[in-house]
Design a binder for this molecule. Structure first.
Ligand SMILES: Cc1ncc(COP(=O)(O)O)c(C=O)c1O
Length: 273
């Protein structure tokens, strides 16, 4: 693992480095990105940096310095053997008083790169009872306030699933803790719209562009009638769902296989610094 903080590579990435008063640490006042690394190169770096800027704006943080973030990404990749890895960029409000109010200190920017294991081709997904709030202040932002995801994922794991799936306040399918959801009904590939409150996933957008699909918001129960379901994210790519709660599904189904194949063919187009 290599880590870079506020312009400097960290000698020991396991040593403490962020201030105890950092608002990202104390109240989750920060945003982040996670992206895949293939053969030492980040995937879709520009798209991830654009989303980082959007999330920061949504939280009312100053815009991250694009060239500084890119310098951090290059620094943590340099000299590391990473056939498959992940980069995490975290950008917080920086040191602040110990309440919800922000301080005047500059933001904290952390970039970390580490190796990653590939996900299996298929997995189980479990729906959880807690709704995503599509009308909340943080809807659609990739913030470090992810504790709801932590609780949901733990509940899904207790049921043998690797992903927890949320409906939103309207009862419509929304997303997973770290994935967007695609499903096939009547032969049509569908995924929730961004108005559902889901994150504007980079993988979701590319899949819609490269393979197609219909964006629609409908009750989460619709997925009970799906002929196939798959999850997408920067680390999972296109992953078939073999069980949606207790219901077994063909996985990877024919459309999932086609989408995976298309992904494999086109992924290299977006690898690079
Ligand atoms: C809540 C949430 N939804 C969806 C995704 C998938 O987004 P991407 O394809 O950009 O990885 C993520 C990514 O981690 C996420 O955190």
């Amino acid at each position: 693992m290599k880590a870079w903080i506020n312009g400097q590579l960290v000698a020991d990435p396991g040593a403490p480095a962020v201030l105890v008063s950092d608002h990202g640490f104390t109240v989750g006042d920060g945003v982040f990105e996670a992206m895949k690394v293939v053969d030492g190169l980040p995937f879709a770096l520009t798209r991830h940096l654009e989303r980082l800027a959007r999330s920061a704006k949504g939280l009312g943080l100053s815009a991250p310095d694009d060239s500084e973030v890119r310098r951090g990404v290059a620094a943590v990749l340099e000299g590391q053997e990473l056939p498959l890895g992940r980069i995490r960029i975290t950008y917080t409000a920086g040191p602040a008083p110990m309440g919800s109010g922000r301080g005047d200190a500059p933001p904290t920017l952390v970039v970390v790169a580490d190796a990653m294991n590939a996900w299996p081709t298929t997995t189980r997904a479990a729906t959880v009872p807690w709704p995503r709030n599509e009308r909340g202040a943080l809807a659609g932002l990739k913030t470090t306030s992810y504790a709801e995801n932590v609780v949901a994922l733990a509940a899904a794991k207790e049921r043998g699933a690797s992903e927890a799936i949320f409906a939103n306040l309207a009862g419509h399918l929304c997303e997973g803790t770290g994935t967007n959801v695609f499903y096939v009904v009547d032969g049509e590939l569908r995924t929730p719209t961004l108005a559902s409150g889901c994150l504007a996933g980079v993988t979701r957008a590319l899949l819609l562009e490269w393979y197609g699909g219909t964006e629609v918001d409908e009750p989460i129960e619709t997925v009970d009638a799906a002929s196939e379901v798959f999850l997408v994210s920067t680390t999972r790519d296109v992953q078939g769902v073999s069980h949606w709660d207790d219901r077994e599904l063909p996985a990877p189904g024919p459309i999932t296989r086609e989408a995976r194949e298309m992904w494999r063919k086109r992924e290299s187009e977006l690898l690079g610094l």
